[in-house]
Design a protein around this ligand. Sequence first.
Ligand code: SF4
Ligand code: SF4
Length: 413
Amino acid sequence: MSKITDNVICDYWFVLKPNIYVTSNAERILLYDMGRGLHLESEEKDCISFIQTVYESQNLGVGFLSRSMLTNDKFVFFVNRVIDLQMADIISADTNDKPASLLPVFNLKRNNTCSQSTNLIYYLTSLTLYINTDCSQKCKFCDLYCKQTTCCANKLSEGEMSLDFLKDIMRQTSASPLAKINIVGGNILEHKQFSSFVEVLKKANTSVHYWLNYKNIESANDDNLLKQMQHQNILVDFPIDEAKLEKVIKKSNQKAIYYFLVDEESQYQQVGAIADRFNNINYKTIPIYNNYNIDFFKKKVFLSKEDIFSAPISRNKISCNQSFNSNYYGSLYIFPDGTAKANPNAEKLGNLNANSIAELLRLEMERNTSWIKLRNNEPCNKCLYQYLCPPPSNYEIIIGKSNLCSLKTETMY
Ligand code: SF4
Ligand code: SF4
């Protein structure tokens, strides 16, 4: 590995390796190795302008280092650090022509061609059906849960979806690459035609996930119906009635996943104790913002710089973060009255009584209520980590803050 020494004897070509992603603003530059997760930052003006030039699309990762540039010690230190981290190589420019590099070009433009496509249904990958809203439980944050995670809600809409409506949805989506259908309520077990729904959904060419609160399972009369559900997702709100939860664990599918809706730190201990007691359960914890627990969120949800760089971020991931919102892209939510949205917190796209699913997808592509919501608003659009950070989520919407991170402004200009 060549490095620049005190006795510079030639000009060099500087060749950035193809797996290096560069992001910069007027005050700072970041080089990020997408394969190994290493990163290097600099505030030196010469370093910023040199790497910015190297990274311009016409230069494709190759820059010219003249002898005169190499009289700047800070610049040489930076270049050698880049070489040490194996993010770039240098070769003599006196004896070599300009080398080729395979630096990828990150395309920031939206792909709108899909909006003209006739096969819009192929963009649908996840469908969430709110089949009813009735529920006799009184969970403390019913109206907040459903805005932050897949969860039942009896306050989001009204009524009950008909079987004919479901069959029509199945017909319209039969050609789509649906990866998942979520069935949520209210209490879905109280839907008058629920057993018929389960029969229709058994024929769906995709996985069907049923979402139920554990208290509604505990009070259900027909355990046989429960067994027929392909994927059981069991929501557990606080305070937990452990006696009821134990009954549910005993009668549920072994593959059921338990989602503990946690809104304060001490609740993690209770979840841990339950997991220890029933050591065969699959479970996840979902932080819930309850309007009063921002300190809990700062501790458990807000990103730190260490979180951002805790694991390598692939080229694909960065490209995705520049192009679409992976939290929402491909999703459609349909409520009992036919109202359709791309996200429960987004504006209405239309109504399935008046619009086909393909039309609703086209409307989302035209209006972008959710699918292409990126980190391109302040302050994230001025931050070096803009596309290294995961895309905005429903937490940002509910909390009303576009950057849920603990970063100081040194990365933003
Ligand atoms: S079980 Fe679900 S729908 Fe019923 S009150 Fe609780 S959160 Fe709301
Ligand atoms: S300001 Fe935005 S892009 Fe920057 S670290 Fe925070 S959330 Fe991520």
